[in-house]
Design a protein around this ligand. Structure first.
Ligand SMILES: C=C(O[C@@H]1C=C(C(=O)O)C=C[C@H]1O)C(=O)O
Length: 287
């Protein structure tokens, strides 16, 4: 690695949902030390697991698969209590009538496909067949009883939708569990914490500061979202305020319930432990 190479490769989900955490980040960081790599969640999950990305948001399910290799930043996540508005199941008959049918899952998602399986199999007692497809609603619905979309794909289809019923998975989860749901977590590979402890701290501070600034002054971010993706300022205002970017007790509690159900249903091979990064305890990571 030459002196000019970035020290840390940071992932970025290429959906609007993460904008608040990145919006002011370049203004708050020495960006020559980092490189930002933007991809759909499942590609970020793979790149983190392979070590070709060092930190950033991944599907919370993927943390459950590889938790021994990562630590999580506290205070950063993509979570909701109830509605998410961008994790949506489209279907033409009531949910209860399709839980033994044919369900299309998007290749972009890990957390939400397993969340849907929990909802259908554990809460509704269904046993459908699942198939993965590219996130294209028309094609997916042409072959199935229901189709799941996440991120901006879900948002755009919800605006276009005239005919399908829509179930928001955040709402379903809260209805059955009364808990928060965390869709994405900010993971750091353990060796990155050991190799660049100060830079990791600076990145954490910049992400948190961006999140707070975007929350206090969302106007220009909302205008950019409208110009880039469409929709109305009212939609984006509601969207960014309904999503919650915190990661503390309530989110941990909801996420641990999700992991427990994933384990019970055989989606994860072992019980998951949350390992939280703490700038004062870098040494613990190497133990
Ligand atoms: C809220 C969302 O959460 C996302 C859902 C993910 C998943 O299902 O694996 C991963 C990252 C998050 O961006 C969304 O995409 O709309």
């Amino acid at each position: 690695m030459s002196n000019l190479d970035p020290k840390i490769r940071i992932g970025r989900i290429n959906y609007t949902n993460v904008w608040p955490i990145y919006y002011y980040f370049p203004a708050l960081m020495n960006t020559s030390e980092v490189e930002i790599i933007e991809q759909v969640p499942t590609s970020l999950n793979q790149a983190m697991a392979a070590g070709s990305i060092d930190m950033g948001p991944i599907s919370s399910f993927s943390y459950g698969q590889f938790f021994e290799d990562y630590m999580l930043f506290p205070d950063l996540s993509v979570s909701s209590y109830g509605e998410v508005n961008s994790i949506l199941l489209f279907h033409d008959k009531p949910l209860r009538e399709i839980v033994n049918g044919r369900i299309m899952l998007p290749t972009t998602s890990a957390t939400s496909v397993n969340l849907l399986k929990i909802i259908i199999e554990k809460f509704y007692g269904g046993k459908p067949t699942y198939e993965y497809a590219k996130p294209n609603l028309e094609q997916m619905m042409g072959e199935a009883d229901a189709a799941l979309l996440i991120g901006d794909d879900a948002i755009k289809e919800s605006w276009r939708n005239q005919t399908h019923m829509i179930t928001d998975l955040g709402q379903e989860w809260a209805k059955w569990t009364g808990k928060w749901m965390t869709f994405a977590v900010w993971a750091i590979r353990k060796e990155t914490i050991v190799n660049y402890p100060e830079l990791v701290t600076n990145i954490f501070d910049a992400f948190k500061a961006s999140k707070e600034k975007a929350h206090q002054d969302p106007q220009s971010m909302i205008e950019e979202a409208q110009a880039k993706v469409g929709g109305t300022p009212a939609f984006w205002h509601h969207y960014f305020h309904t999503l919650c970017y915190d990661f503390a007790n309530e989110q941990w509690d909801g996420l641990m319930t999700y992991y427990q159900y994933c384990y019970e249903l055989g989606f994860l091979p072992k019980p998951v432990q949350l390992g939280l990064w703490n700038e004062n305890k870098v040494a613990r990571v190497t133990e």
